[in-house]
Ligand binder design. Structure first.
Ligand code: ADP
Ligand code: MG
Length: 367
């Protein structure tokens, strides 16, 4: 082990992340000085985890190659986060086109569900990801993305709006209406370097009803989003599939692919988003159930993630309103994950109704 590598080993004594768990001096030293083709080092990938000891994962990828170049850390981290999925032997399904027919037609109850949203992240070309890209790469991503977006047709036809061209009021309105991402404010994003050069090359595309949106150069090169008020999963997923399929086709025609690998699926900045990178979420009001001491455990058992409705690291609209979404993204298809959220949310609503009627939910609580 080189003396210089050991002298640079980070102090992780107060950390509890998966990165800390799987990072040894031997691994760190073995990778010391190694770089991907984009110049990304292991230190770049773990910087955000070092700077914030409270993080659960503790690392991001600077580019697609980071995942394999530094795989002795990334693979065990992926396995720990993704419920035992093992990238050294498991494979992720990568369907060529997404098929909305797999989802049930029956909307869930919109007395409880305020809105539904599905998003994926995608990386294009061989450009580095947000934590490590150069200004030129970020601008190229925007150029390629906006060219492709011009080709979208039908319900998802819309326009691209660079953030640099918005007034502060326009920007704030889009953020508070849940459409647009904000300048990175969380320690996680800032420490990873994702706020560099803000707002250069960042922007949003949306259709007239703002039910289909594409974020350019936030945490991932692209975030493709379908959302609407209420609980009609089928409508949201149908538009989502249309958007992803059309975007892929347009990019392909211009000679660009979504970055993917058979074992890790679609490759995004955050290891939590590998696989489908799908987050299917509802904003849901569960006034009675959230008072039940088992609520947190029920949500976890249903493989759901609970956030504030203002977005990750932000507050909720009310004490009984939550953003619930699939915890898993890797090893299953997009349709399977949407179905999983549908079933889980259906069960939560059933529990809420029982509690409203003063009845027990004991038989509904997952073991
Ligand atoms: P992600 O990074 O998965 O896209 P964030 O937690 O960063 O999600 O949230 C991004 C934005 O999307 C926030 O404004 C959030 O309120 C909004 N959002 C997420 N889910 C929903 C939903 N089901 N309905 C309405 N807005 C949503
Ligand atoms: Mg986010």
């Amino acid at each position: 082990m080189s003396k210089e590598a050991l002298e640079n080993f980070p102090d992780l004594s107060k950390h509890h992340s998966f990165m800390k768990q799987h990072m040894t001096k031997e691994i760190y030293a073995a990778y010391y000085g190694q770089k991907t083709n984009n110049g990304v080092t292991l230190d770049h990938c773990i910087q955000t985890g070092i700077d914030d000891p409270t993080l659960d994962v503790g690392m991001v990828a600077g580019d697609a190659e980071s995942y394999t170049k530094f795989k002795d850390v990334f693979f065990p981290v992926v396995k720990s986060y993704h419920n035992g999925y093992d990238p050294s032997k498991d494979t992720h399904p990568l369907p060529d086109v997404l098929d909305p027919d797999a989802i049930p037609d029956t909307p869930l109850d919109d007395k409880y569900i305020i809105s539904s949203r599905m998003r994926i992240g995608r990386s294009i070309g061989d450009f580095a990801f947000a934590p490590s890209c150069t200004r030129r790469q970020r601008r190229e991503v925007e150029r390629i993305a906006t060219e492709a977006l011009k080709g979208l047709t039908g319900e998802i036809k819309g326009e691209y709006h660079p953030i640099s061209g918005m007034t502060p009021e326009e920007e704030e309105k889009l953020i508070s209406d849940h459409y647009l991402f904000a300048k990175p404010a969380s320690d996680f994003m800032r420490n990873a370097g994702m706020g560099r050069d803000w707002p250069d090359s960042r922007g949003i595309y949306y259709n007239e009803g703002k039910t289909f949106l594409v974020w350019v150069n936030e945490e991932d090169h692209l975030r493709i989003v379908s959302m609407q008020k209420g609980a009609d999963f089928k409508a949201v997923f149908t538009r989502f599939c249309q958007g992803v399929n059309q975007m892929r086709k347009q990019l392909k025609a211009a000679g660009h692919n979504f970055q993917s690998s058979p074992s890790l699926g679609y490759l995004c900045t955050c290891p939590t988003n590998l696989g489908t990178s799908l987050r299917c979420s509802v904003h849901i009001k569960l006034t009675k159930l959230c008072e039940d001491p088992r609520f947190k455990d029920i949500v976890k058992k249903l493989r759901l993630d609970k956030r504030g409705t203002g977005g990750e690291y932000r507050a909720s609209a009310g004490p009984d309103i939550f953003d619930l979404s699939n915890l898993d993204r890797l090893g299953k298809t997009e349709s399977e994950l949407v179905q999983l959220v549908y079933n889980a949310v259906k069960l939560l609503i059933e529990m809420e109704k029982r509690l409203e009627a003063g009845k027990s939910i004991d038989d509904l609580v997952p073991k």
